[in-house]
Design a protein around this ligand. Structure first.
Ligand code: NCD
Length: 315
């Protein structure tokens, strides 16, 4: 098992074999997590600090549970983005925490690039739990694990990512991962929510859901990231649902066994029909949450191994 990275800042830095290493190890953790005893001691004696400068339910809970199941001492810092003067305060906070000798720092921040900056200032492993609209690597990895377990592979699949692409770090990380693993990506959404120059990322772009969903294996829906918009991106939630919300009629264009994904939090009746989201024959949304814990356990184990090597301790 080789994984030569000090931090997990993005999918961009990963090689396809790194991705496979993480997913293979995560498969073992899915088994562990389904058993009666969910404990391992691979992070025993290590300290994990979670710093979330932006709201989060599943990502934070998932990282916390992952660390605890691996035996780490886990601390959650309550940080509120609104009260923070970004740049300066972030570095100050990082230096303060660094002095407490954490081994793993899990960071979510509203500014793209903030987590990379922080990683340069500390000597522990830093995991990006989402930075602005830049990257959300563990989300793309858990999505990949969900797809791989459902479809049996990650290559030569046709994956549609639908909705608010331009504000979405989930979309960015997924596009990079799926490209590296040689799947075909279709982006579907209104032009106002499509980043400029996106066609250079090796993707196909569609404005129409019926056209874009044609024969895809995977339908990944995204939340409208209203907190990153300053108006004028969509006509109205109702009109948006009519054109881009996933319902049974639009889904009928996809392959009969196509799976439905959503990173959450979900806005029922805006980007997805509630009944479809709950349809256990099509929707793997709850599997994504389950895979999230396993993927985070795998990544933290791999990074902790490297930390131990760096610090000259027994691995
Ligand atoms: C996503 C995020 O925060 O980027 N949520 C998540 O981590 N599961 C997507 C979103 O907020 O819409």
């Amino acid at each position: 098992m080789t994984f030569a990275h000090r931090h997990l800042l993005g999918i961009e830095q990963l090689h396809p074999t790194d991705i496979t290493t993480i997913l293979d190890l995560a498969d073992n953790y899915v088994t562990l997590n389904r058993g009666a005893s969910k404990r391992s001691d691979v992070l025993s004696g290590l300290t994990q600090i979670n710093m979330f400068f932006e709201n989060s339910t599943r990502t934070q809970a998932s990282f916390e549970l992952a660390g605890k199941r691996l035996g780490a001492d886990v601390m959650n810092m309550a940080m509120q983005a609104s009260s923070i003067k970004k740049g300066e305060t972030l570095i100050d906070t990082a230096m303060t925490l660094n002095a407490m000798h954490p081994d793993l720092l899990v960071v979510r921040h509203p500014q793209s690039g903030a987590v990379d900056l922080l990683a340069q200032k500390v000597n522990c492993a830093v995991l990006n739990a989402g930075d602005g609209r830049h990257e959300h690597p563990t989300q793309a990895l858990l999505d990949a694990l969900t797809i791989r377990r459902s479809k049996g592979r990650l290559h030569r699949l046709s994956v549609a990512i639908c909705g608010d692409i331009s504000h979405s770090r989930v979309a960015r990380s997924n596009i990079m991962l799926l490209n590296k693993m040689e799947s075909r990506i279709r982006l579907i959404g209104p032009p106002t929510l499509m980043p400029a120059g996106i066609d250079q990322f090796g993707v196909e772009v569609f404005e129409d859901m019926h056209e874009g969903l044609q024969d895809v294996d995977v339908v990944m829906m995204l939340r409208l990231q209203l907190e990153r918009m300053d108006g004028g991106f969509i006509p109205s939630p109702r009109e948006y649902y009519h054109r881009y919300g996933l319902d049974a009629e639009k889904l009928a264009q996809a392959k009969p066994d196509a799976i439905i994904m959503h990173p959450g939090p979900m806005n029922r009746g805006v980007e997805i029909d509630g009944t479809l989201a709950d349809d256990i024959n099509r929707s793997v949304i709850q599997d994504q949450v389950e895979m999230g814990v396993a993927v985070r356990m795998a990544v933290m184990e791999l990074l902790a191994q490297n930390q131990r090597h760096t610090n000259g301790q027994a691995a």
